[in-house]
Design a binder for this molecule. Structure first.
Ligand SMILES: Nc1nc2c(ncn2[C@@H]2O[C@H](COP(=O)(O)OP(=O)(O)O)[C@@H](O)[C@H]2O)c(=O)[nH]1
Ligand SMILES: [Mg+2]
Length: 288
């Protein structure tokens, strides 16, 4: 068994399900095999037909009603329930999909799930144990880039998820199409900041009492390469494809295909040589 997987994570409302639907549509348009899996037991609606849906196993409203829990407690219960049923729910489905499948997992939006609830990590580990190459795609709304303090808050959440999940990790900024041209320029500034620029922006935004903290945070974010974000702008038709190429690269999807293509090409070359050898032997036989 084995395949490729994107885990689409990030705060609620940042555009995860929209991205999954857009990817599904893009894949259909270019004839690429890709399936979207819904892992959000609280999802109400999304614009894709999931190949697998956690809500067939457990849902947040059912758990809230049955156990008298609030929405957050119910979500954690659902993820633990999912983790406990990986062998009898997820594994058979993966088996049915078959070898080399490319799956996009649309995940819930409670960020604490990725940083300090063990269940999600258990799901990731199971996918890896099944032979999946997995990358985390961490989505952040462009509104997090309105100022340095928000940017740092969003980036530290992304960093916590990265540290917890230990996966190849891509940060993506969504909703760029919603920005006015002036704000767009401002966001562009944050797309590729270095530590010094970030520290300067923080110093300008926050009170002087936080100077040393700002320096430390800017260095931390820079050290972990967190200041790099890929833009996702649906008003630019190449944007989704560019992002997909980066994720593919992180999970070595293209490379695998190239290796397979090379192997296939060398098989074909070998078959051709064998055919020629046999053909010559046959002709030789005729000549005799
Ligand atoms: N304009 C715009 N709206 C978006 C974008 N991404 C998501 N949305 C909207 O934001 C809302 C939340 O998106 P959704 O994908 O459900 O967020 P999720 O909670 O992360 O799955 C929906 O109304 C989407 O239509 C985007 O890139 N641009
Ligand atoms: Mg969603």
């Amino acid at each position: 068994m084995g395949g490729f997987a994107q885990l689409v994570i990030g705060p609620a409302g940042c555009g995860k399900s929209t991205y999954c639907a857009a990817l599904g549509e893009h894949a259909g348009a270019v004839g690429r095999a890709l399936r979207v899996v819904n892992l959000d037991p609280a999802a109400e609606r999304f614009a894709y037909a999931p190949a697998l849906d956690v809500r067939d196993l457990v849902t947040v409203p059912d758990v809230m009603e049955a156990l008298g829990l609030g929405p957050n407690g119910a979500l954690i219960y659902c993820m633990e329930y999912l983790e406990a049923h990986l062998s009898d729910w997820l594994a058979p489905a993966l088996e049915e999909f078959g070898e080399g499948e490319y799956l996009v997992f649309d995940c819930p939006g409670q960020i604490e799930l990725y940083s300090h609830v063990p269940a999600f990590r258990g799901i990731v580990e199971r996918l890896r144990a099944e032979g999946f190459q997995v990358a985390a795609v961490y989505m952040l709304d462009a509104h997090f880039m309105a100022d340095a303090a928000k940017f740092i808050a969003g980036s530290l959440q992304a960093l916590a998820a990265m540290a917890r999940l230990e996966l190849p990790h891509l940060n993506v900024v969504t909703k760029l199409d919603m920005l006015e041209p002036d704000n767009r320029e401002e966001v562009q500034r944050y797309l590729d900041l270095d530590a010094r620029e970030l520290r300067d922006a923080l110093q300008a935004d926050l009170s002087p009492g936080f100077r040393r903290l700002n320096e430390a945070v800017a260095a931390l974010v820079d050290e972990h390469n967190m200041v790099s974000y890929c833009p996702l702008d649906y008003s630019d038709e190449d944007s989704l494809q560019d992002l997909l190429a980066q994720v593919d690269n992180a999970i070595q999807y293209g490379e695998d295909l190239e290796v397979r293509d090379t192997l296939r090409a060398s098989d074909e070359a070998e078959a051709e040589r064998a055919w020629e050898r046999e053909g010559q032997a046959g002709l030789g036989g005729l000549h005799l």
